[in-house]
Design a protein. Sequence first.
Length: 58
Amino acid sequence: MFVIGALATITACIGWLELLVMALTRLVYRIIMLHDAVCQLIKAFGRGRKKKQTKKPR
């Protein structure tokens, strides 16, 4: 009985770990996608600022 219970708990833990890993990978993927989008926005803003600065004579 003890061995069966231990195996059951181990398999349950592995299942939970798999779910956790899947959730974490999804989260990381979303963060990477957001990061790329933010970087693109920053690049666009930077280009706009550079263009505005070049127009103004210093």
